[in-house]
Write a protein that binds this ligand. Sequence first.
Ligand SMILES: Nc1nc2c(ncn2[C@@H]2O[C@H](COP(=O)(O)OP(=O)(O)OP(=O)(O)O)[C@@H](O)[C@H]2O)c(=O)[nH]1
Ligand SMILES: [Mg+2]
Length: 350
Amino acid sequence: MFIDEAIIRVKAGDGGNGCVAFRREKFVPRGGPSGGDGGKGGDVIMESSERHNTLVHFRFNPEHKAQRGRHGEGSNKTGREAEDVVLKVPVGTILYDNETGERVHDFSCPDETIIIARGGRGGRGNARFATSTHQAPRECEPGRPGEERAYRLELKLLADVALVGFPNVGKSTLISRISAARPKIADYPFTTLQPNLGVVAVGEEPDVKSFVVADVPGLIEGAHTGAGLGTQFLRHIERTRLLVHLVDVSDGSGRPDPVKDVEVIMGELASFGAGLEQKPMIMAASKIDVANKDKLANLKRYCKKHGLDLFPISAVTGKGIDDLKYVMAEKVEEVRLSVPTLADTPQQGI
Ligand SMILES: Nc1nc2c(ncn2[C@@H]2O[C@H](COP(=O)(O)OP(=O)(O)OP(=O)(O)O)[C@@H](O)[C@H]2O)c(=O)[nH]1
Ligand SMILES: [Mg+2]
């Protein structure tokens, strides 16, 4: 099972202090007490969102604090309440108390909100302590401290992007280049026997976009009828939002015609029968550090003719990888927003 995890510390805002003050007006001797109450400290709130797909943003930023409430003031002015801090998590996130291990909440739908650290109440000002026998109280309360807690977040990952292609085209090498996944890489077909998932983060804080990539075992002609590793992994592709189709254009690929390769893979996707061939797809010409110029040119021509975006990459030298990552992030976001119902499917690790 593929799990994304993060530990966070949160501190809600303290309440503002109550104030001691007395009315001082020209013709009102002994004006009564007028110290206002402190404002409430901000809560820390957690909200599930369809726009988030991983917990990567908490790894950059594990501590979150809400502001304290303003102190009370004279003339019975209550201090202003502090703003709440809202932390967004993907649907499917499970929240645990990090100290006790207790499961606190399971975010199973979008837009669920819970308070995970409660802001402190403001202290009362001296005006609140006046009674008929105690007309000039000098007491007030300090604000209550905001709650401070540590949580562990857990999310079963669902792949957004699947890397597809023949065996040995460099899928595992690519995922190891763009994420922390470290699958086995070797110069023979069917190195990868199980899908590997990796979390890819693109951009700088606070605009980090993240998505999950699956490195799927290689496909070959007849995969839909069970050849090679068969349909087992095509089923995983079914749940992704975007396919990145790798085509080996190197001299030593052992296959003479990259266009034929593309057609075979497209045929397999179509034959599987779940609309896989209609998924948004980005083409990547792999191993361009050792490219055969004719193969690359043929593939470019084919992609142009069929309106497919082609990114020449080398997972070994890093050439073209950043561009590909950004386009993947953009496309995932685009599809995520246009097909919100995808998020309603149960979160299952693949
Ligand atoms: N020169 C060069 N070699 C590469 C590149 N990417 C991958 N390779 C090599 O190609 C071979 C296969 O790479 P893998 O990443 O294991 O290929 P795969 O697509 O995951 O293969 P399967 O798991 O069998 O489907 C390895 O020897 C890699 O070192 C590249 O950009 N340039
Ligand atoms: Mg592999």
